[in-house]
Design a protein around this ligand. Sequence first.
Ligand code: HEC
Ligand code: HEC
Ligand code: HEC
Ligand code: HEC
Ligand code: HEC
Length: 169
Amino acid sequence: MSPRYLLLLGFVVLAVAIGVSACKDPRKGYAPEQPIAFSHQLHAGTHEIPCGYCHVAAGEGPQASVPSLNICMNCHSSVATGRPEVQKLTQHWREGRPVEWIQVHDLPDHVLFSHQPHLARGIDCSECHGQVNRMDVVEVVAPMTMGWCVNCHRQPEYNAPVDCFTCHY
Ligand code: HEC
Ligand code: HEC
Ligand code: HEC
Ligand code: HEC
Ligand code: HEC
């Protein structure tokens, strides 16, 4: 097969992948209710707990993992123990049942994204996630489309790579 046909085939495969992943569409404006009413505004805003206290891996690897209950219990074994939502949390912890947080941001599987190179260049969380410290419920604020990624990569001050295999397998 000629390279042009291979490229075309690649597009078809990607289009199908998109069609499948379109069933859930975690895009701009998506803000699912969480199983426990955790507020970033309260924790990262009012109480000024740094993002990195909970999202420990942000910047060190591809994933800015959602915190385990042990991190919550550093405080909540003694803080606000009378609140119903904190009691729910404590119940999970006692039973060793992780909270099933609903994933808010979710790029299609054919896209390569890693936090590491972005944070290494000093890009702040808010560039891509907005003012999370003012959100009661996390909401997707950036379009999370290919155009959004590529436009930023093309900015002269960043001059980041834009060839297809930068972001696709
Ligand atoms: C006290 C712990 C804590 C702190 C501090 C914290 N977060 Fe979170 N974060 C969580 C938890 C728990 C979740 C999962 C539940 C949710 O989405 O609200 C989460 C979810 C998120 C998500 C959505 C993840 C997804 O599924 O796509 C983003 C983005 C995020 N946090 C960014 C931030 C930023 C930026 C800061 C600092 C301004 C921050 N967080 C500070 C605990 C924390
Ligand atoms: C560094 C300390 C600290 C950590 C870590 C922490 N919290 Fe909190 N949390 C607080 C404080 C302080 C309050 C507010 C208590 C008050 O308003 O009197 C609070 C309040 C809450 C409330 C009650 C809100 C309400 O108004 O009823 C929930 C639910 C909660 N936190 C969930 C979590 C979860 C889930 C985590 C882990 C992802 C977490 N917290 C981690 C300090 C912390
Ligand atoms: C260049 C844009 C960008 C920056 C800067 C950025 N994020 Fe993200 N973040 C994303 C994208 C895109 C996703 C979705 C990744 C996916 O679905 O594979 C994401 C996902 C997440 C998630 C969900 C879990 C995960 O890793 O997939 C958390 C939590 C998160 N980001 C927290 C943060 C925090 C905290 C910071 C700052 C320390 C930050 N992000 C900086 C773009 C960014
Ligand atoms: C706010 C600007 C900005 C946004 C938005 C952004 N990027 Fe980046 N990206 C950068 C910069 C800057 C670099 C680092 C380039 C360097 O260090 O040479 C980078 C690097 C990368 C790399 C590593 C490239 C390499 O080989 O070094 C990948 C992969 C990547 N970005 C994918 C994405 C994807 C996918 C999205 C959208 C979901 C995205 N980026 C959104 C600015 C951005
Ligand atoms: C900076 C990162 C980045 C680069 C470079 C990039 N893409 Fe993408 N691409 C994405 C993201 C993110 C999506 C998912 C967009 C969505 O879900 O809306 C995507 C989606 C796609 C899709 C699915 C259809 C669509 O628009 O959603 C195709 C096909 C595609 N890219 C082809 C390419 C080709 C061909 C190149 C090279 C010319 C390229 N991409 C370069 C990030 C990138």
